[in-house]
Design a protein around this ligand. Structure first.
Ligand code: ZN
Length: 108
């Protein structure tokens, strides 16, 4: 079984390696099966688009391509620092993600 991803859609992350190293962005989609995420403005690739009825002009479209989840690190919404995630179980039995730096709950 693949390791469960700790980051999810909507998380703010920073890129750790590759050409976009240091870039920050929001996760726009994640695919836990391949352990990959798509980050806003990161790993932009150019794709040739065909003209359609809606878009009469074809040409080159720029879009994000997925990168490995291990290449990004979550930015804590509370302390604004790249951080590791730990988990905490609340009294109601709900499991939440917690910032290892400031121990604030990430999932609101
Ligand atoms: Zn924090």
């Amino acid at each position: 079984m693949p390791a469960k991803m700790k980051i999810r859609k909507g998380d703010q992350v920073v890129v750790l390696s590759g050409k976009d190293r240091g870039k920050k962005g929001k996760i726009v989609s994640s695919s836990p099966r391949d352990n990959k995420v798509m980050v806003e403005g990161v790993n932009i690739v150019k794709k040739h688009a065909r003209p359609t009825q809606k878009v009469t002009q074809g040409g080159i479209r720029e879009m994000e391509a997925p990168i490995y989840a291990s290449k990004v690190k979550l930015i804590c919404p509370s302390c604004q620092k790249p951080t590791r995630i730990s988990h905490r179980v609340l009294s109601e039995g709900k499991k939440v993600r917690v910032c290892k730096k400031c121990t604030e709950v990430i999932d609101k």
